[in-house]
Write a protein that binds this ligand. Sequence first.
Ligand code: HEM
Length: 148
Amino acid sequence: RTQRALIRESWRRVSGSPVQHGVVLFSRLFELDPDLLPLFQYNCKRFASPQECLAAPEFLDHIRKVMLVIDAAVSHLEDLPCLEEYLCNLGKKHQAVGVKVESFSTVGESLLYMLEKCLGAAFSPDVREAWIKLYGVVVKAMQRGWEV
Ligand code: HEM
């Protein structure tokens, strides 16, 4: 099967419960890099712990937003360049809130971790490879937001 088919099939298993899977992704992210926690502030209020953050409605909305961006990428595998401008602007917004470009590799690791948890044995080396490639395209487009 093609990489595109592998992406679509595996995403179908995740996208049915986006928030649940997004929580797995961000729990892992805060484990790998606890310094990312203070970047999430709503009404200037910092979260005291990852648990508190992962339970906040505003943060769960961010999880929904992240999953929607991935969903958009999966739906546009045939035409990823059409997302470039949106992703570049999204990168700019993240630069503005203090995110470092390097943190997106930790996000990538956390994404693979979540996929592995969700897919189990179906997370084959080919599926992993396909996701690394797709995530790379998304991050490359977002990174342009730091360059200008
Ligand atoms: C907005 C932080 C990763 C998609 C935001 C905001 C913060 C933030 C503070 C503004 C508040 C909010 O909307 O909740 C972070 C951090 C990340 C991260 C610290 C990881 C290091 C991502 C990723 C994606 C993403 C990987 C998608 C691929 C979005 C979207 C918005 C947003 C769509 C809304 C932008 C808008 O208002 O137009 N992010 N984010 N974020 N983030 Fe993230």
